[in-house]
Design a protein around this ligand. Structure first.
Ligand code: ARG
Length: 417
């Protein structure tokens, strides 16, 4: 008789666990309704929180085990900085906060599923959002043999019913969150913070002040910061070498303290719903602004223009859950190659409510002062311009001359040809 691992026999599911009501109810639901054992996996992507309390809650809900994985450095260097290379903004605004963490969390879910010989991976997303798409497409890309379970999509409970279910099964509730005091749905990581639900569901309603945490203005004195890049990667802040994670945390903290980095937008979800989203992204928006500015100094024109065409595509793929896809991989190769000379410094000025680029320099700049200047040191060969401009306009000139002849009545359209 063989004891080889048989996924059909395995009784374990790995659940993406956040510590909130829905994923706590999901633990119990997988046990009760599907007779599975649950390994709760929480991935630290910089959302903050009390990990001991989270562990206790997972176990109290019935999980056999609760694993907390610190993936902050990985999120920063492999996901956020890849996004930075592509200056990725979905619909030209949103720096992909949640869209970046889901493939990373999926990767860790699959790793834990292997470790525990699990048969299935589960998540707590509803059927209306993008995150279900990202989890499921990512997990399938990495482990096509694993079953995907999405309890919240199956059970169809309202929030009240979830609370009722939790009480009935002795699932502990976070008092603040289940009392109705927690009206917003929040998703946060190093790259920013997304806020949905409550009054924000009316796109005309101004976001109340209490939705903001990372962009509350406290600093009043303007400041300058210098971000140094090497091949597209920010490596030092005011000459201080920082790890990718430290860089994002520091820039977020500084820029956020000036009350800058907010977005309020209506966004097209992959599932066809328009939704009103409020974001706080001080670090990611400041880094993207600095990085793309340095590119304006260091990228050759055709490369810059082609890159600008591919950037929205990269953002859209990642938004749509296709992080692990051949096109995204190919575009990454392009993005990496484009960054060879994106090295240098960018100066940002922070003032209450504002953050902007106020200078850039690079040892490999394509900006050539002797070519650009209008003063005596000018090295540009003005005589070259004459022939260039004439040939550049030759086609238009020929066309215009013909129009003029036709206008004077000398030819009919059928004579032309
Ligand atoms: N709309 C954003 C996105 O799709 C934010 C999603 C936030 N997720 C959440 N579970 N609250 O990326």
């Amino acid at each position: 008789m063989s004891y080889a691992y048989d996924p059909q026999q395995a009784r374990t599911a790995v659940l993406a666990y956040s510590g909130g009501l829905d994923t706590s109810v999901a633990v119990r639901w997988l046990i009760e309704e599907m007779s599975l054992e649950v390994v709760a996996v929480a991935v630290d992507v910089g959302q903050g929180g009390d990990w001991d309390a989270l562990r206790a809650r997972a176990l109290a809900a019935g999980a056999t085990r609760c694993v907390v994985v610190d993936a902050r450095d990985e999120l920063a260097s492999e996901y956020a900085f890849a996004s930075l290379r592509a200056n990725a903004l979905y619909e030209q605004k949103y720096p992909l906060v949640s869209a970046l963490s889901r493939p990373l969390i999926s990767k860790h879910l699959v790793a834990q599923a292997r470790l525990h010989g699990a048969r299935a991976v589960a998540h707590g997303c509803t059927g209306k959002g993008n995150d279900q798409v990202r989890f499921e497409v990512s997990v399938r890309a990495l482990a096509p043999d694993l079953e995907m379970i999405s309890p919240a999509r199956v059970w169809g409970m309202t929030r009240e019913q979830s609370i009722e279910y939790a009480k009935r099964h002795g699932v502990p509730l976070d008092a603040k969150k289940s009392s109705g005091g927690d009206i917003y749905s929040i998703d946060q990581n190093l790259w920013g913070r997304a806020i949905e639900c409550g009054v924000l569901e009316d796109p005309w309603e101004r976001p109340p002040d209490d939705v903001y945490e990372l962009t509350v203005q406290a600093a009043t004195e303007p400041c300058e910061i210098v971000i140094s890049f090497e091949e597209g990667v920010p490596v030092a802040l005011d000459d201080r070498a920082l790890s990718p994670r430290e860089m994002i945390e520091e820039v977020s903290r500084i820029v956020g303290s000036y009350g800058w980095g907010r977005l309020d937008m209506v966004e097209n979800r992959r599932v066809g719903i328009k939704s009103r989203e409020v974001y706080e992204c001080p670090g990611s928006l400041a880094l993207i602004m600095a990085h793309s500015d340095l590119e304006s100094l260091t990228l050759e024109r055709d490369l810059a223009h082609e890159k600008a065409r591919l950037e929205p595509r990269w953002a859209e793929l990642v938004y749509d859950g296709l992080w692990f896809s051949p096109l995204k991989e190919a575009l990454d190769s392009f993005m990496i190659s484009s960054q060879r000379y994106v090295s240098g410094d960018v100066k940002l000025v922070c003032e209450p409510g504002r953050c902007y680029v106020a200078g850039r320099r690079s040892p490999v700049a394509l900006y050539d002062w002797e070519l650009a200047t209008y003063d005596a040191a000018d090295s540009f060969r003005h005589s070259d311009a004459e022939g260039f401009v004439r040939l550049w306009g030759l086609g238009v000139e020929t066309w215009a001359a013909r129009q003029a002849r036709r206008g004077s009545g000398g030819e009919s359209a059928s004579d032309v040809g």
